[in-house]
Structure formats: C-alpha cells, structure tokens
Design a protein around this ligand. Sequence first.
Ligand SMILES: [Zn+2]
Length: 468
Amino acid sequence: MVGLLVALQVGTLSAQSPANAVYDRVILGGHVMDPASRLDAVRNIGLLGGRIAVITTEAIRGRDTVDARGLVVAPGFIDLHAHGQTSETYRFYSLDGVTTALELELGTSDVATWYRERSAGERINYGVSIGHIKVRMAVMHDSGTWMPVSDGAYRAASPAQIGEIAKRMEIGVIEGAVSIGAGFPYTPAATRDELLAVFRVAAKMKTPVHVHIRPSVAGLTEALSLAGETGAPLHVVHINSAGLADTPVMLEMISEARAHGRDVTTEAYPYDAGMTEIQSATIQDTYKAAPDERLAELEWPRTGERLNQESFARYTRTGGPVVVHTNTEQMVAVAIHSPLTIIASDAYWQSGTGHPRTTGTFARVLGRYVREAHWLSLMDAIGKMTVMPAQRLEARVPAMRQKGRLRVGADADITIFDASKVVDRSTYLEPWLPPVGIQHVIVNGVSVVANGHAVEGVAPGKAVRAPQ
Ligand SMILES: [Zn+2]
C-alpha cells in the first residue's frame, strides 16, 4: 500500500513540471552515469518517498540538497558476496559505496531468524542465502562456530542426513532466501549425491546456487555438470581465486556455457591474495603436511609474518584469518576486465580484523583498474557493480528490478564519488582504512555517507528477500 502511494506520488510529480514540485531531496549538477540506460550526462535528480522521482536538465527544488557538481552520480553498488553482516561491516561497506550487501555464499542455516534479527533496519540493504555449508554444520553437529571444522567438513552424510539437508535447504528457500549458497572445499566429505540433492532443490525452486567451487578447471567442470544435470542456475563466486592461472580458460568455459543458453554467471574481487579461516578444511587439507616453502604462501595478518610448519601448527590451535598469497596481479586484472564478471568483495571480517577487500573493493576497481590502469571504462566498471548483480537476482527477487539503475521509480540507492580521486587505502596490515573519494551514499533516499564521512544513527537499509 505504501509502495502504491509512493508510485502514485511519483507519477503525479513527474506528470507536472518538475520546476513546480518540491522533492524530499535533490541531487544537483552531478555527472549521472547509468549503465542500464547508458545515460552519461549532467542531470539533476529529485527523490521522493525513497524513490527516484525525476531525472532532468531542468532546475528542481527539494527540502534538502546534495551538491554533486564535479562528481559522478551512479546507482548504489550491490555486493553479492559480503560475509560480515553486522553494523560494523555495514558501515565499512557504505564507506566503499555499497548500498546493498548480500551474504550469498556461506549464507545461514535459518533464514527466517536471520531476517528477523535485522528487521529494525540496518545502515544498508541486506540479504542472505540458505547455505549448504551452514545447514550441513547443523545436521552433522559440527563443532565449529563459523565454518566447519569437524563432521560438517569431514564426515560423509547418511542417506537420511542428505534428506534432512535437502529438506532444510528447501525450507530456507521457501522462507525467502535470496539464493542457495555452497562451498565445496569447505565440505570435502559431501558426496556427489549430496551435492546433486542441493542442486535439485535449486532447480525445483528456480533459485541460483552461489558456489565456491573446488580449484581450477576441474572444479568448474564439476559445478557446470551439477548444474547441467539438474537444470539449476549457477553463479560461480570469485573466479579469480578459484581460477588462479586457469582464470582465462575458466572464463572461456563460462562464456561457452552461456552461449549454449545455460544460466551461469560469475564474479571477481580485485586482490591477488585471498583470506580464510586457518582451521577450515580448505586450508588444513592443503597446508597441514606442506613444506616450509609452500607454507610461506600464508601470511598471519596480525603480524605480517609468513608461516612455517611451527607457526602454522601454533596458529591453527588458536584459529583466526590467514592471508593466502597464491594469485598474480595479471590474473586478477584478466578477471576484473572480463565482461562476464560482476564485482563482489567476498568481504571477510572476524573479531576486529580481516581482508582489505572488506573496506576497499569497489573504490579499488574505480581507482586502480579504471583510472590508473585503464583496464576497463568507468561505465563498464559501474555496470559490474550495479545493474549486473541486480540482473543476476531479478528472476528470484523481483524487487531487484528497482535496484542498480538510475531511472524514475527506481529505489533511491545512489553512490556519488569523485572519479579523479577515488581509491582504496586498506591494506593487509590496516584492513579497516576506508577509501577516499566516495563522497555521498544514499540508501532508500537517506544519506548514510555524507561528504566522505559515515552518518551516524541512520538505518534506512531494508531486507532484500525473495517473495515467500
Ligand atoms: Zn566467500
């Protein structure tokens, strides 16, 4: 009903001359860049009731004004892969221009509770998947708190347990999960039968599976075959870190699958090192018996030291995030440049520390890959952060048709930045440093970042959730 009223108001306002109207807020004189319509020109934008009411060359008035002269006005960035879902991490994301942050890989085992816990509103829009990793941890009674460390990772499920896992996945989908999440390297004991059961739920419920695949070409082949056999839509997370030196050939495989009409998409983050929990199966299986030269790929972020057999064993006992140096800048650039990839951060933040991608992903692409290296155009980069992730989710979550675009009637999620200055500042040693150049971030019409600083005490962010 409220939505209808707003739509009527917007309709009435746009029917009359914008010059006579008084909008809630106006964004004046910005260089508007909208990848969906390819609009690339100076315009004024009027907001009303949390939506975009007008985009015009005419002078307009509002009860509040954002001066955007000299700045780029873009749709708010949508992050499909953001692990921290707390007020602390929502604040980080907003400073990087993100207006919607979704946890679609690990997800949750209890979708209804997850949304209820955030129903008072958050700084930015939020959403979650029903996660195979999390559901498996619950069904197998894993002792880990965040990722599986015992039976959730290493014990094969009985047919009855596989049935229980599939049932809980389906309940999560019915409760409005945005997608289904999975991470095969974190659940190495999950058999093909178990994974097929998960993909069958996805196919039946027409819900994309966001998968952290096993490494390289073999991992992608496995995911494509599970999707092909069941008909499930597939989204391959962080092709850069899954692919490493195989990234170009894997992008080619995805391109070919799409050319054959398959619903397959992918994403990348702009860093040549990854990060994950040292106690997780993906780290333990690879490095537990490795020699010191191989262990030197791992960095303990709190100290910056490279690990050896002694320190690896010691830090494994305490647990915590570890930096994994296995990729090259060249492969990351290939992944970011490809027209197939959505930009997604894989934001990772645990007890006061994490990966710099948590705070810098989007500004880093705009500053280093667009402005400095010219790997892609500004319009294409914005498209990878806005309309592309929105389109990935639209079939499942129709409300995403109102995000990722600057057009009349769209949600007023807007990111305004200085294209000549924007760049990340966070590092492995200081991952909390916010970027520079992201000047204003507006969520559902309300500023959460103003003049480059977080606005305190605001919670305009709403749930992104599939119809139940
Ligand atoms: Zn992840």
